[in-house]
Design a binder for this molecule. Sequence first.
Ligand code: MG
Length: 355
Amino acid sequence: MSDKSGHITMLHGAGGTVMHDLVKNYIVRYLGGIAKVEVPLEAMDDAAVVNDIVFKSDSHAVKPIFFPGGDIGRLSISGTVNDISMLGAQPIALASGFILEEGLAIADLERILSSMRQTCLEAEVGIVTGDTKVVEKGMLGGCVMNVSGMGKRTLALERNLEVVKKYRKEFAARWTLDSNLRVGDKIILSGTIGDHGLAVLSAQEGLKFGSEIRSDVKPLNKLIQRLLGEVGGIVTMKDPTRGGLADCLHEYTEKSKTGILIQENKVPIRSDVRAACEMLGLDPLEVGNEGKVVIGAVAEKAEELLTLLQGTVEGKNAQIIGEVTSEFSGVGMQTVVGGKRVIARPVGDPVPRIC
Ligand code: MG
């Protein structure tokens, strides 16, 4: 562990190597290996698979609970809906656990609930059970919450897998897992990176960046079902949340045992996000997102997937950013000035408590 004192630090929740070590060396070591299921805890994927149902739990402790472009309610619904969607499933039901802090304004609770309702309607999935607790005034910043959910296989996922098998005979995976990438697959990013992390940071620190940077937080399940059903050829998907695109690509290379080379000039970044990152000394590749998907697809379908994406609101800035290679392991980037550089796995997201 990075903290020699033997205590939890903020980095343990920041999505990079420190958090992954905590999850692997403690949580999975104690709790893994008990349930014999298709995709278990120890796979450390976006969600688990139990009796053909995708199952996910996600807690949210974003600070502050309201930020440009979103709030803890929209974030918690989108986070769970998106993680279920990343395996190729369609969410069918959600559960919510609220931990409210003494002193939270009822008007703020209503704002959060209204935002959750709106997001549920967008994603066409509802909360069916839950729990509410209250704790004394302290460090919660109003509330923290958990949303869990279940998802099921769809016709679109089956069609997608058939398309993959057309180009890759040996493909046997039943879900779009992190371990499915093979040499030659293309990596597609659905839009600009860094927006969410910087929107939350601006709210945390009261920073103004000239133009208002808004979070990209949104449910992606409908877009993903369209990509699977109308084009197909997707072998894996992952949402680049804490630790950003860099951490997401490292998860892929580690679990698929491959290398990934991305092209710097293809990674979409808003100019105001880029400028703010430069000013603050942040790497936009390491900043978290809440409305983006990184897709691994067979090369033969990448252009078609890109065309569909670019015709949607959520995917209008999508790009094919790179491909899977056997030339090296880990993540590399072809830079705009001509060289190649190694993208190191982030220690943790540079912005604390973004989700
Ligand atoms: Mg995820």
